[in-house]
Design a protein around this ligand. Structure first.
Ligand code: RIB
Ligand code: CA
Length: 313
C-alpha cells in the first residue's frame, strides 16, 4: 500500500515533536508533504522554530516547514508555557536551527497542496489549535471537498477539560475554527483527552527511548522528562499523556484505537464552557454524526510502535 500523504499542522510542544518524529520514522506509511505551524502552546515564532529543531534532530533538514497563523481566527491567543516551558520545547539543550523556514504562508501551502494533489488523497493532521485549517477553509472553500480526512488531537468529553474545567486546550484556543472544521462535512477523526490520557509515559517507557542510544532517543527522553511533570503534579499520574503522537500512530496502526462515530459540537459563546466539545456519545439528539470520537488505545502497543519507529531515526 502506498504511503499516506499528510500535512502536519502543529504547535510544538514536546508531544507535537514526538508526533513529528513518529511520522519521519514511518516512511512506508507516511508521506509527509509538509509541516505547517500555528500559534498555540507558545507563540508562532517559537512553534515554527521548534518544528525545525525537531526535523534537524532527526537529520531531516529537507522537510518543508511553514509558518501559519500567529493568532486565532477571532480571539486573542492563549498559550501554555506552564506546560511546555518558555521555549515550548523545554527539557533538552536547544539550538538555532539552520534549515530554512519556507517563504509561503502555511495556510496558502495547505490550500495549494489540496488543489494540486488529486482530490481525496491528502490527510490533514492538526496537532494544535485549528486556526490554520479554519483559515484555509474560509479563504478557499473549494478545497474542503478535496480533503481525504482530518485526524486531529483535540477535545474532551468524559475526561473533561485541561485548560478550563470544560475545555481541552487546542479547541479552547480557537473554538470558532474548531466548530467550522467540525461543521465542514470533512471526514473527521478526533483524538480527545479521553484517549490521550490513556497513553501515559512511565519511567520504563521513557527509559526505552533513552536506551535507543541515539540523538533522537536522548532528545525524546529529555523532552518527556520535562513534559510529564505538569500532568504528574496535576493528576497524580505516573507519567504524562502523549497526546499528539496518537494522531500519527492512528494513521500507521488504526487497530490500536477504538471509538464511536457521533455528533460533536463546540461551545463558542458561553464564557463558562467556551471551547467545550459537546459529544453526543449516547445519541440523545438527532444531530448528525460528524466525527469518529476515539476513546480507547492499546497503550503498550502504542509505545512499542513509537519506540520502534523512533529507533529507525
Ligand atoms: O491539550 C493537549 C494539546 O494541547 C496537545 O496538542 C498539546 O501539544 C497542546 O497543543
Ligand atoms: Ca500540540
Amino acid at each position: 500500500m502506498s504511503p499516506r500523504k499528510i500535512i502536519i499542522d502543529t504547535d510544538p510542544g514536546q508531544d507535537d515533536a514526538v508526533a513529528i518524529l513518529l511520522a519521519l520514522g514511518s516512511p512506508d506509511e507516511i508521506d509527509l508533504l509538509g509541516i505547517t505551524t500555528v500559534a498555540g502552546n507558545v507563540p508562532l515564532a517559537l512553534t515554527q522554530k521548534n518544528a525545525r529543531i525537531t526535523c534537524e534532530v532527526a537529520d531531516r533538514p529537507e522537510v518543508k516547514v511553514f509558518a501559519g497563523c500567529d493568532a486565532p481566527l477571532e480571539r486573542a491567543l492563549v498559550t501554555a508555557e506552564h506546560v511546555h516551558g518558555g521555549t515550548g520545547l523545554d527539557g533538552p539543550d536547544l539550538f538555532e536551527p539552520t534549515m530554512p523556514l519556507q517563504d509561503q504562508h502555511g495556510v496558502d501551502f495547505i490550500i495549494d497542496t489540496l488543489r494540486a494533489e488529486p482530490a481525496g488523497t491528502v490527510t490533514l493532521c492538526p496537532l494544535g489549535p485549528l486556526t490554520n485549517i479554519g483559515a484555509a477553509f474560509r479563504k478557499a472553500p473549494d478545497v474542503i471537498d478535496r480533503v481525504q480526512e482530518i485526524v486531529l488531537m483535540g477535545g474532551a468529553y468524559f475526561e473533561v477539560g485541561n485548560i478550563t474545567p470544560a475545555a481541552e486546550f487546542n479547541i479552547y484556543v480557537d473554538p470558532e475554527a474548531a466548530q467550522e472544521v467540525l461543521a465542514s462535512g470533512v471526514r473527521v477523526t478526533m483524538m480527545p483527552l479521553d484517549v490521550t490520557h490513556k497513553a501515559l509515559t512511565s519511567r520504563a517507557r521513557v527509559q526505552a527511548f533513552r536506551d535507543l542510544g541515539s540523538r533522537v532517543g536522548s532528545f525524546t527522553a529529555e523532552m518527556l522528562d520535562f513534559f510529564e511533570r505538569f500532568d504528574v503534579e496535576k493528576y497524580g499520574s505516573e507519567g504524562g499523556p502523549l497526546h499528539d503522537p496518537c494522531v500519527i500512530a492512528y494513521l500507521i496502526r488504526p487497530e490500536l484505537f477504538s471509538g464511536r462515530h457521533i455528533n460533536v459540537e463546540v461551545e463558542t459563546s458561553s464564557a463558562l464552557t467556551l471551547g467545550m466539545t459537546v459529544a453526543d456519545w449516547w445519541g440523545v439528539t438527532d444531530r448528525p454524526a460528524n466525527a469518529l470520537f476515539i476513546g480507547e488505545v492499546d497503550a503498550d502497543g502504542f509505545f512499542a510502535l513509537l519506540t520502534e519507529r523512533l529507533g529507525r531515526l
